[in-house]
Design a binder for this molecule. Structure first.
Ligand code: ISE
Length: 319
């Protein structure tokens, strides 16, 4: 952050492993705190980034809101919708936005270009979107629900942002299981119903070996638009054409992470508040992913029911 981004400096670091915190803080001349709460209370800290594991998010985000400090929280905002609601209530009581959630697909150049085409109106009304979210492999602690709560949750946020409307119901189909996934139910096929009747399908394949591959195609009344190829080079050799495929999300979304942080920093400096994905977006994603988990378990269509949207989170005005 200190060396890549402008207008920001890392001044303090906390981690459950103090040695790791020290190794990050040392070269930056930053201080080390024993707890997230101590870091948030540090008067030299103007804004906080929470990238600890999910179950700790609620406590740090609430502490930052209580201190009146802007807080960037990696997804998920919290691990249950009840915890997300507590965050919404605290922020609404504070009276202005402090929270931004790390849904970084919104900062990826390809997704932004796709949204610009959609907004231009040349496709006509969007009727469907086909998405694929493929990981080469996943770590040993990855459980079957994570295909929804950790993986497809990116599409859940992206499609709400892309279409500018909420998801109203979810279904999950289980195709034949891949032998690469061990006991995991992999792949999955999710189907989202959107407010205006459009349908979105999302394939999650998290052990597909060949690489990290993210796809998206919108089908409109008059045409289609898809995320383009990201390859800077195409090789033709020995009778075959090939493009490199990224190995994981760090490689695929490297630039999006930087754009996301830079825009967060710039919004805090210029508008005094975050303008990216809000606590409402974090809450909505949690409710949809809970509906997805219920649909996976029951095999049924599960409606999504959101609480009333507080005025603080007025819907985005279309550009
Ligand atoms: C991981 O947490 C991510 O955020 C990645 O983008 C996603 O592809 C992966 O499946 C998740 O586990």
């Amino acid at each position: 952050m200190t060396s890549v981004l402008a207008g920001v400096q890392v001044v303090a670091v906390a981690d459950v492993d103090l040695e790791i915190a020290g190794s990050v803080a040392g070269p930056l001349g930053a201080s080390v705190h024993k707890s997230g709460e101590a870091l948030i209370a540090d008067s030299s800290v103007d804004a906080v980034v929470v990238c600890s594991w999910g179950p700790t998010h609620e406590q740090y985000v609430l502490a930052a809101i209580a201190a009146g400090k802007p807080v960037f929280c990696e997804k998920p905002l919290a691990t249950t919708q009840e915890a997300c609601l507590r965050i919404l209530e605290a922020e609404v009581a504070h009276g202005s936005r402090l929270v931004q959630v790390g849904y970084m697909r919104r900062y990826d150049a390809s997704y932004r270009a796709l949204k610009a085409v959609l907004r231009s109106g040349e496709l006509g009304a969007p009727l469907m979107m086909h998405c694929a979210h493929r990981n080469a492999s996943v770590p040993g602690f990855y459980e079957k629900e994570m295909a929804i709560t950790d993986t497809a949750v990116h599409e859940i946020d992206m499609v709400r942002w892309m279409f500018g409307e909420e998801i109203t119901a979810v279904r999950v189909l289980r195709p034949r299981r891949s032998a690469n996934g061990g006991d995991l139910q992999d792949p999955l096929l999710l189907l989202f119903e959107m407010e205006n009747g459009a349908l979105v399908d999302v394939e999650t394949s998290v052990n597909i070996r060949y690489g990290y591959d993210i796809r998206g195609e919108i089908v409109g009344e008059n045409g289609t638009a898809a995320l383009g190829s990201l390859s800077p080079v195409q090789v033709r050799v020995a009778g075959r054409t090939s493009d490199p495929v990224p190995t994981d999300w760090r490689e695929r979304f490297l630039t999006a992470y930087d754009v996301e942080f830079q825009e967060w920093i710039d919004s805090l400096r210029t508008a005094g508040r975050p303008i990216g994905p809000s606590a409402w977006d974090g809450y909505a994603a949690a409710v949809v992913s809970d509906a997805g988990v219920a649909a996976l378990r029951s095999g049924e269509r599960v409606p999504v029911s959101l609480t009333d949207r507080p005025k603080l989170y007025a819907p985005e005005v279309p550009a």
